[in-house]
Design a binder for this molecule. Structure first.
Ligand code: SAH
Length: 225
């Protein structure tokens, strides 16, 4: 029996099929992603649902893709790497994501935490991300139109903060909103050189570990309306 159109788009076919997702997961494993639950959620999440239909056939390539307004959906390897680093100590209670974009990383994070708050400065991204996440019946998320430089004081502290755009240096507000033993995963740098950091809040200080060299769009100040 053929699936209703809205469901068949989730499951995909050809280059958006389960086989294409399985191949992507094998590639991520080859690149060093070892957390099985992260790999499984990437296997289950329809990345093609988050991008323009015209680009659907590229959804399971391990590359960033344009999503409009000069922004990109992050490369699957980076999404996996950041998620793995964020949840190293297990499931998280509250997570803050900065840079919702199309909502793909938000969907992944929703599986590993009780509640995800996600901030985006471009209003129209929020509308489409909200719709896509609702269609996938992901409910433990709250999308907020705001400036990620400020974090989200009213819901702090967070056990995890993940930033999907690069500031020139780590915003102090994000460090302040991290819970004890909480993790901040953040790219830092300019357009040429960026480093992905894992920052852990300890009792008296912060510990920092370099995860990778990366390339993200810049974290911009203020709202885009
Ligand atoms: N995880 C997203 C990444 C999108 S790219 C995805 O996979 O689709 C980074 C996003 O960060 C863009 O949508 C951009 O608009 C947003 N962004 C940049 N500066 C921001 C800021 N100060 N506050 C909130 N979002 C910001």
């Amino acid at each position: 029996m053929p699936l209703p159109a809205h469901l068949s788009r989730f499951y995909g076919s050809g280059l958006t099929s389960q086989a294409a997702r399985d191949r992507l997961v094998e590639r991520l494993r080859d690149q060093g992603i070892s957390n099985e639950s992260v790999l499984e959620i990437i296997r289950q999440t329809p990345r093609h649902h988050f991008i323009d239909e015209a680009l659907e056939n590229h959804a399971y390539n391990n590359t960033a893709l344009p999503i409009g307004f000069g922004q990109t959906i992050s490369q699957p390897y980076i999404v996996a790497k950041m998620t793995e680093a964020l949840i190293e100590n297990g499931r998280l209670e509250k997570v803050l994501e900065i840079g919702t974009g199309c909502g793909y990383q938000t969907a992944i994070l929703a599986h590993f935490s009780n509640q995800v708050y996600s901030i985006e400065r471009i209003g129209s991204f929020l509308i489409s991300a909200q719709k896509r996440l609702e269609q996938l019946k992901i409910k433990n998320i709250q999308l907020i139109h705001g400036d990620g430089y400020l974090g989200l004081k009213e819901y702090a502290p967070f056990q995890g903060i993940l930033v999907a755009a690069a500031p020139p240096e780590i915003p102090r507000s994000l460090l302040e909103q991290l819970a004890l033993n909480g993790r901040l995963i953040i790219p830092v740098g300019d357009a040429q050189h960026q480093t992905l950091y894992q920052i852990t809040r300890t009792r008296n200080n912060f510990e920092s570990k370099i995860l990778d060299k990366v390339y993200f769009v810049p974290l911009k100040e203020g709202l885009y309306t």
